[in-house]
Design a protein. Structure first.
Lengths: 114, 115
């Protein structure tokens, strides 16, 4: 049972335009969400997070939106740059639970075309 | 060190052999995780250690997989009698403490190829 789903395996965007990466989850206990970025042959790096008490968190070019009723979150990158080309993983956890186990989606490969 | 350190970075082993993968978490981090990513797949949770609590082993795919964390710091993931489907990158991560809301930080991974 895939509790965190990223239904788009890939996305191609022109440089300067907005990239929107989507993520859906099924577990209503999840209340903390993160996005990680992964370049080939490297470990994932933390990008941005959001708690369920918020519906938006912004950090520079990156904004994460959370729609709890729809169990959906999205990552917006604007303007997109060629260096943003990577695999983006959505992750979720039950922050009120006893562990901090993150459940990851399958990732979306973003290609930003110059 | 400054980040999570994993060794070896690459390992090629014959089917049926045992392998050990090592992880040094960020200094002071009490929580340690192992994930793996098979080709074309997402990040699969394997095991989680937090302080002196019993580890969460719910993600280990079979009894050929085990992990230890000695002294609350270094961890070793052991795969016995390796199979070709064990080929993947094994990622270790650590975070500052217990409870939710902590960001986890990954190492570069150990790339395992079983031939």
């Amino acid at each position: 049972d895939q509790q965190v789903k990223q239904n788009s395996p890939s996305l191609s965007v022109q440089e300067g335009r907005i990239s929107i990466l989507n993520c859906d989850y099924t577990n209503s206990m999840f209340d903390y969400f993160l996005w990680y970025k992964k370049y080939p042959a490297e470990g994932p790096t933390f990008l941005i997070s959001i708690s369920s008490i918020k519906d938006k968190n912004e950090d520079g070019r990156f904004t994460v939106f959370l729609n709890k009723s729809a169990k959906h979150l999205s990552l917006h990158i604007v303007p997109s740059q060629p260096g943003d080309s990577a695999v983006y993983f959505c992750a979720a956890s039950d922050a009120g639970g006893a562990t901090n186990k993150l459940i990851f989606g399958t990732g979306t490969l973003l290609a930003v075309q110059p | 060190g400054a980040g999570v350190s994993q060794s070896p970075s690459n390992k090629v082993t014959e089917k049926g052999k045992d392998v050990e993968l090592r992880c040094d978490p960020i200094s002071g981090h009490t929580a340690l995780y192992w994930y793996r990513q098979s080709l074309g797949q997402g990040l699969e949770f394997l095991i989680y250690f937090q302080g002196n609590s019993a580890p969460d082993k719910s993600g280990l795919p079979s009894d050929r997989f085990s992990a230890e964390r000695t002294g609350g710091s270094v961890s070793t993931l052991t795969i016995q009698r390796t199979q070709q489907e064990d080929s993947a990158v094994y990622l270790c991560a650590s975070s500052p403490g217990q409870g939710g809301g902590n960001t986890i930080y990954f190492g570069e991974g150990s790339w395992l190829t079983v031939v």
